[in-house]
Design a protein around this ligand. Structure first.
Ligand code: ADP
Ligand code: MG
Length: 245
């Protein structure tokens, strides 16, 4: 069986001025893989996701999306973002729009889907994340966990092939973390290709196919969760795991 390659980077480098934030990042993610990206604050995790989603521009190296090298000059940002959805720590919902309006916005305005169809699909997605009864409320009336589930539904409404999550539960009260993680787990079980930056080691261990550990802009170790957590190879990984225990 040959696995379909969804996204790959070749010697990806990113600098902010003098600061070299991503150093020769090589990562390949196959269809339906769940990759958990972990590492200390400042190690470059968010920057890597943002480069994959075109929110930041790489300095050198390449990004290959479903077999095709993406080129800032030639490819439209919208085209890449339709394939690669992203969920952020701070939800970033549109506050002046209802839940339903948040979810249908991009399908209607970016994908040019007829409104009736966008609404139908949005309702299905909101049902899936357990929020069918919140369609007509504004984000300010929702808990953090509900907001994040709306953000997930909104990203899914574009029918992405890959979903990126940047610490989706870090801003939540502890009692709300579980509902978001279970939504993500369901998505993983349905076969979504996912790259998840997280400090939730229990989730990483249970759901990830691969753990990628980053330190100071480099990938230090990549392993399946059992090996990673029980038998890390690198000294820096061992030190990091002590801090999360
Ligand atoms: P992580 O997500 O692992 O905490 P980040 O990717 O956010 O790490 O940041 C990596 C490094 O890049 C940090 O030193 C951070 O301060 C720096 N950095 C991130 N974004 C910017 C930016 N827009 N401008 C300048 N420096 C940045
Ligand atoms: Mg970050």
């Amino acid at each position: 069986m040959t696995e379909k390659e969804m996204i790959r980077t070749n010697n990806l480098n990113k600098c902010f001025g003098e600061l070299h934030v991503l150093k020769d990042i090589n990562i390949t993610v196959y269809e339906s893989d769940v990759v958990c990206l972990i590492g200390a604050s400042g190690s470059g995790k968010s920057t890597l996701l943002r480069c994959l989603n075109y929110l930041e521009r790489k300095n050198s190296g390449s990004i290959v999306l479903e077999g095709k090298e993406v080129d800032f000059k030639k490819d439209s940002v919208n085209e890449v973002r339709q394939k690669v959805g992203m969920v952020f720590q701070h939800f970033n919902l549109f506050p002046h729009m209802t839940v339903l309006e948040n979810v249908i916005e991009a399908p209607i305005h970016v994908k040019k889907i007829p409104k009736a169809q966008a609404v139908k699909e949005a309702k299905e997605l909101l049902g899936k994340v357990g929020l069918d009864d919140k369609m007509d409320v504004y984000p300010s009336k929702l808990s953090g966990g509900q907001k994040q589930r709306v953000a997930i539904a909104r990203a899914l409404a574009m029918k992405p092939d890959i979903m990126l999550f940047d610490e989706p539960t870090s801003a939540l009260d502890p009692e709300l973390v579980g509902e978001v993680l279970s939504t993500m787990k369901e998505l993983a079980e349905e076969g979504m290709t996912m790259i998840v930056v997280t400090h939730e080691m229990g989730f990483a261990r249970e759901v990830a196919d691969w753990i990628v550990y980053m330190d100071e802009g480099r990938i230090i170790e990549k392993a399946n969760p059992d090996d990673f957590f029980t038998n890390p190879k690198e000294e820096r990984t061992k030190e990091f795991l002590k801090t999360t225990a």
